[in-house]
Design a binder for this molecule. Structure first.
Ligand SMILES: CC(=O)N[C@H]1[C@@H](OP(=O)(O)OP(=O)(O)OC[C@H]2O[C@@H](n3ccc(=O)[nH]c3=O)[C@H](O)[C@@H]2O)O[C@H](CO)[C@H](O)[C@@H]1O
Ligand SMILES: [Mn+2]
Length: 290
């Protein structure tokens, strides 16, 4: 017998961070798992992983950097299909893909407001899971395109429903300070005395059907809001946070899984797996600004 990896320890490899939630789900940090062990477990099931990405308008410029870096670091040796939703098929770059990895382009119409793009993601993902992805994937990830992988993002991230802590609010932020939707008129409303964490909508994933339920929830809740002439403060991110408050994620991923080039890296972030790029919002969005 060849020992391929370190023997399990009865102690957590990290003492500076919490590695379990108060509902006993893993809270994943570098140093709390053995990637060789975990990849081997999931590799046996050889899951098909869908990654849903939107590149609408000028955001096609982010495709090359995202995809090339994902090929280096994202679930390497696993079966991955990138579903690229775009209004400009001609701008999808040709990327050299690893074995078992594919790109599937989904054409969608152009829109005039970035808010419509980010919310539209929930609508188009719902429709396309129904039409196509359901037959082609076991797990599904939703990811922002304006980012780059810098280190391994492996099978330790997989679970029925995995969400990433937003880098801005994971330390010393009281629940009443989370940027949840606070207007009772919105379907995304969360009262100030509730909340576990604030999750980012830029990286989330899980079993195909669990993700379908959540994506569809964000879609229908935002449609309901639109009928009532309100848009949640952080669009689908607000609806996502509401869902995850009452339907707890089965894994919580540390902000290693989505950091940002805007922010310096604190001592507890040992590894940046994905980082959001600095971008000129005014220039890249159809209707500018935030
Ligand atoms: C790190 C983080 O928390 N990110 C969230 C934050 O993102 P950002 O401020 O980073 O938003 P963003 O501009 O990246 O938009 C989200 C994503 O929508 C797509 N897109 C957007 C505009 C456009 O014209 N074309 C296009 O393709 C693209 O995939 C992009 O990555 O706020 C958004 C909603 O306000 C979403 O909740 C994002 O997940
Ligand atoms: Mn983004």
């Amino acid at each position: 017998l060849r020992l391929k990896y370190a023997q399990p320890s009865t102690q957590n490899g990290r003492t500076d961070v919490n590695s379990v939630t108060n509902w006993n789900a893993p809270l994943v940090w570098e140093g709390t798992f053995d990637p060789v062990v975990i990849d081997a477990i999931y590799k046996k099931m050889d899951p098909r992983v869908a990654v849903v990405l939107f590149a609408v308008g000028k955001y096609t410029r982010f495709l090359k950097g995202f995809l090339e870096s994902a090929e280096k670091y994202f679930l390497v040796d696993f079966r991955v299909t990138y579903y690229i939703f775009t209004d400009n098929k001609g701008d999808v770059p040709t990327i050299k893909l690893g074995k078992g990895r594919k790109i599937s382009v989904v054409t969608i119409p152009s829109v005039n407001r970035w808010q419509e793009v980010v919310l539209g993601r929930m609508k188009w993902a719902t429709i396309t899971i129904d039409k196509q992805i359901r037959n082609e994937a076991d797990y599904l990830y939703m990811m922002d395109i304006d980012s780059v992988f810098h280190n391994d993002f492996g099978a330790e991230s997989l679970s029925p429903l995995s969400a990433v802590l937003h880098r801005g609010y994971y330390k010393n932020t009281r629940r009443d300070q989370f940027p949840y939707e606070r207007r009772p008129k919105s379907m995304a409303y969360i009262p100030t005395d509730e909340g576990d964490y604030y999750y980012t909508a830029a990286v989330w994933g899980g079993y195909l059907e669990d993700m379908y339920r959540l994506v569809k929830y964000c879609y229908t809740q935002s449609e309901e809001d639109a009928k009532n002439d309100i848009e949640a403060v952080w669009q689908e991110e607000s609806h996502l946070n509401k869902y995850l408050l009452y339907n707890k994620p089965t894994k919580v991923l540390s902000p290693e899984y989505l950091w940002s080039d805007y922010d310096k890296i604190p001592a507890d972030i040992k590894v940046v797996r994905i980082s959001q790029l600095v971008k000129n919002y005014e220039e890249v969005r159809p209707n500018g600004g935030h």
